[in-house]
Design a protein around this ligand. Structure first.
Ligand code: CS2
Length: 494
């Protein structure tokens, strides 16, 4: 099989669609921090289609890797060898697939090695947007105050040596400083993570970092830089070796890091760009004044349902999202969670039917070929729960309503921290924000709920009955298994 790169493009079989624009004319207008599969399946796919339109060649993307880890090392090798090209395979719920080569990523820099080049690029006026997907937990938020955590050792190091940044915020602030000092206009900062008000969270982080360094710079950023919020949606599974081998076979070209996703995509963006923006509406993105209701619906319905099914599913020994959503008990749990717990307290975006939205989500989870694994969804629960699920619980506690489905999911999360499923099989929970001591608290729910920072937004101290309920669920899950606890829960609630 041929290797993917610019020279072999013409040899790729026609079943794999190739972009029609002349890539040598594409110039960088966007720097994207942290080039994960989601970015490559979502934003880079939108931009790829935009580049097909006449006159849009100034919106190419340069990807920047921030972290020096095993995952990034694969990209350092693969991206240049492939001239930053890659294949995207999209699977529809009816099982059909579409293959294409994406060309919108025009360069890749590895920040720990190419620090000067990254800063030079970000300081260049041709870059009009700096976007990022640094994960829900990547915003360095202080879980107690919601502000930017200046005590983080990485932040401390960056503040002591601002010319040698490490984090997204260190790079953004240093590049903005250079632009201001050179009398150049700034860029828009666009967070593409699944956070409520992601633009506001990014604003808090950038301003928090800048203010600790230079108040004048912070004021300039405040007055000149915009931080639009956006809602992003496309299920993009982790691609393991067998998945990669399969899609390479399907595409007829060897890509070292191919991307897989569902065919559904949505991008709703607040229209506030301080240096102009690509006309993304012509490729299906929605530019709106207020993204908030869309974000809320997506995070509290889709992402929360993902968590709602993934913890019990993994404990029950299931492997994929599809296996879990097609299990009758878990299906009912998730369906009823959306219908009775979330939908009554959500205000839907104008023109959106939440019932239909729920049914589409369930159908997407059942996609027969995407192959999304539960371990991807359960990972980093410490960042996801406070964003996806716990605000719903806090609202129900305030306004009244059923808490037992949420209590059960939290119990499953605490049990999952122990790294053992119902069959006694061990797994390694991916929890980069929880140390060993914190994880061990999974065995002591009463203490975990009142002391782990991730639960800080729920007043568990004032709800002892709920704490007792969760502790009881954890004990019964341990003794009788997850699905038997779920079965009796659903019978009680029927
Ligand atoms: C998932 C998301 O990570 C998770 O828990 O819910 O990655 C989800 O697949 C995407 O947000 C879909 O747009």
């Amino acid at each position: 099989m041929i290797d993917l790169n610019s020279a072999t493009l013409a040899e790729i079989p026609p079943r794999t669609r190739r972009f029609a624009y002349d890539r040598s004319h594409v110039r960088a207008g966007i720097v994207h921090l942290s080039v994960g599969n989601f970015h490559r399946a979502h934003q880079a796919w939108y931009i790829d289609r935009l580049l097909e339109q006449a006159g849009q060649e100034s919106w190419g993307i340069v990807g920047v890797g921030l972290l020096d880890d095993a995952n990034e090392r694969l990209k350092i090798e693969a991206f240049p060898a492939q001239d930053d090209l890659y294949t995207l395979t999209r699977y529809a719920p009816d099982g059909t697939s579409a293959h294409q080569v994406i060309g919108s990523l025009v360069d890749y820099l590895f920040a720990p090695r190419d620090t000067a080049a990254v800063l030079d690029l970000m300081s260049d006026p041709s870059i009009r947007i700096v976007s990022m997907t640094i994960t829900e937990g990547g915003y360095n938020q202080d879980s107690r105050t919601g502000g930017y955590d200046l005590s983080n050792p990485v932040t401390q190091a960056e503040l002591a040596a601002p010319h040698a940044p490490k984090s997204a915020f260190g790079y953004i602030v240093e590049a903005l400083r250079r632009r201001r000092d050179a009398g150049l206009p700034p860029f828009t900062v666009l967070s593409c993570d699944n956070l409520r008000d992601n633009g506001v969270v990014a604003h808090t982080a950038v301003l928090g970092h800048a203010r600790a360094l230079d108040v004048g710079l912070a004021d300039w950023i405040e007055a000149n830089v915009t931080f639009p919020s956006c809602m992003v949606d496309r299920i993009t599974p982790a691609v393991l070796k067998p998945d990669a081998d399969r899609v390479n076979e399907e595409c007829g070209v060897h890509d070292r890091l191919p991307v897989i996703s569902e065919d559904f995509a949505q991008w709703v963006i607040e229209d506030r760009f301080c240096q102009g923006r690509p006309p993304l509406e012509i490729v299906g993105a929605q530019l709106v004044d207020d993204v908030h209701p869309y974000e809320l619906a997506k995070v509290r319905m889709l992402n929360a349902s993902h968590s709602m099914l993934a913890y019990p599913g993994q404990l029950a020994g299931l492997e994929s999202v599809r296996d879990a959503v097609e299990h009758p008990l878990i299906h009912k749990l998730v369906h009823d969670f959306m219908t009775f717990d979330v939908m009554p307290i959500l205000s839907a975006p104008k023109g959106m039917d939440l019932g239909r939205y729920r049914d589409t989500i369930l159908a997407r989870f059942s996609n027969p070929r995407v192959g999304d694994r539960l371990s991807r969804i359960t990972g980093d629960g410490a960042s996801k729960l406070p964003t996806f699920l716990l605000p719903t619980l806090a609202t129900i506690l305030e306004k009244g309503g059923e808490t037992r489905r949420l209590a059960f999911c939290i119990a499953c999360f605490l049990r999952y921290l122990g790294g053992q499923d119902d069959r006694g099989e061990a797994f390694d929970p991916f929890e980069p924000h929880l140390d060993v001591t914190a994880r061990a608290l999974g065995r002591d729910p009463a203490k975990a709920l009142v002391s782990l920072p991730l639960f800080a937004d729920v007043e568990f101290r004032s709800h002892p009955a709920l704490v007792a309920q969760i502790a009881d669920d954890v004990a019964r899950i341990r003794n009788t298994g997850t699905l038997s606890v779920l079965k009796s829960l659903l019978e009680t609630l029927a």
